[in-house]
Design a protein around this ligand. Structure first.
Ligand SMILES: Cc1ncc(COP(=O)(O)O)c(C=O)c1O
Length: 387
């Protein structure tokens, strides 16, 4: 166990109390709507996270062979293993065989290619692109024009019109078309759209996966969520799966950092931190200013918080505090639990944050630390470096 002031920065800390609270909320919402709750591990595969999640979910919605291997080892009896990806290779099916409970193909051509290699124990679904866009940034919109994700619903309408059957062997449908939704109006609109456009196909399948993309912990009204699930469950007798990622983990993760230098540049005070946008890739991708504990609008002491790499744009933004920062000040970036460690990288050779778990009783445990070997090995330069 480690005392709070012994925490080495940069650090990624998972607060298990917060994690358990958000998981309990998801469990409750899923139960109320009679949905099966899956976790989408792309948001985080930290061991502290997975061990807590394993006690609360009905299964795992993986996107790659590595995720499948990890969750296959971790899952408990009765928890189902799902795979959804634009690329599923025959060797992946061969490696997992009947241990893969559900597989969602992204296209009818993937289905044709894979069908002979799929175990009879695996239930196969088809990803549908509902062609309803809710996300402004096309890079993250699964329903963008010319999308690569799923069979366009207009194409399925044609299928329904000609022979009115889903391809033989397909027993489920899958859609995922939102991101960081804080109410469920878009989910309900999507469910109604699918119900109106392809009712014949919904009558022929047994299950539907309604994806992730909603921050349940920030929502205050779940009526539309229940209504969307009821369309499929009550209207068509389908088993309904949900597969949130961020909602489970976002609030429980913080990045903790130390101020190492402070100086003036043009008309701002720069504070150089021992973290970087490498550790919070989405800050750079989306160009947003992450929440920092202690920041107050109009605070007396203002700084541009900056990362420690050579990238000019490695900055977090302008922040103000009621007390001045000094060298050695500690800062906490909040709501960092999702897509942070899974997207973190070592550009400039900056080590990844040290990983800690804050136990429900408040004690802090060091879970893992990055190392020079971890940095050098994947680049193939390990032998050169030690020569
Ligand atoms: C198919 C699919 N399911 C689930 C998720 C999880 O989404 P979120 O973390 O926004 O809940 C994603 C995220 O990209 C996804 O692509």
């Amino acid at each position: 166990m480690t005392g709070a002031n012994e925490l080495e920065t940069p650090a990624f800390v998972t607060d298990e109390k917060v994690l358990q609270k958000d998981l309990a909320l998801l469990r409750d919402v899923a139960d109320q709507a009679s949905c099966k709750l899956l976790y989408s591990p792309k948001a985080s595969v930290l061991s502290t996270v997975l061990h807590n999640i394993a006690g609360q979910v009905d299964g795992f919605a993986c996107s790659s062979p590595f995720e499948l291997r990890l969750l296959d080892q971790l899952r408990r009896g009765g928890q189902s293993l799902h795979l959804v990806s634009p690329l599923i290779k025959l060797e992946t099916l061969a490696a997992f065989g009947g241990r893969l409970d559900y597989l969602t193909v992204n296209s009818l051509s993937q289905w044709e290619l894979l069908r002979a290699g799929i175990s009879p124990n695996t239930r196969v679904g088809l990803r549908v692109n509902p062609q309803l866009s809710f996300i402004r940034d096309a890079r993250y919109d699964p329903c963008r024009h010319q999308s690569k994700l799923g069979v366009p619903i207009s194409e399925l309408t044609g299928l329904a019109a000609t022979d009115r059957t889903v391809p033989r062997g397909i027993t489920g449908l899958h859609f995922h078309n939102n991101c960081e939704g804080t109410n469920f109006a878009n989910l309900l609109a999507t469910a109604r759209h699918i119900e109106n456009v392809i009712p014949e196909l919904l009558h022929q399948v047994q299950w539907i996966n309604i994806g992730g993309g909603y921050l349940f912990e920030l929502a205050s009204d779940y009526t539309d969520f229940h209504a969307a699930a009821a369309i499929f469950r009550e209207g068509f007798g389908l088993e309904v799966f949900m597969e949130p990622g961020a909602a489970a983990v976002r609030r429980s993760g913080t990045i903790e950092t130390t101020v190492h230098d402070i100086f003036d540049s043009d008309d701002t005070r720069i504070a150089i931190l021992d973290t970087t946008v490498n550790h919070m890739s989405e800050v750079f991708e989306f160009q947003f200013e992450p929440d920092v504990l202690g920041h107050i609008d109009g605070g007396l002491h203002s700084y541009t918080l900056a990362g420690c790499t050579c990238l000019a744009g490695d900055v977090f933004g302008e922040y103000s505090f009621d007390k001045p920062l000094t060298i050695g000040s500690r800062l906490k970036f909040l709501n960092m639990g999702a897509y942070t460690m899974s997207k973190a990288h070592r550009f400039n050779g900056v080590a990844l944050p040290t990983i800690y778990g804050r136990r429900p009783n408040g004690s802090l445990e060091k879970v893992g630390a990055d190392s020079f070997d971890d940095f050098a090995r994947p680049t193939g330069s390990f032998n050169v470096a030690v020569a």
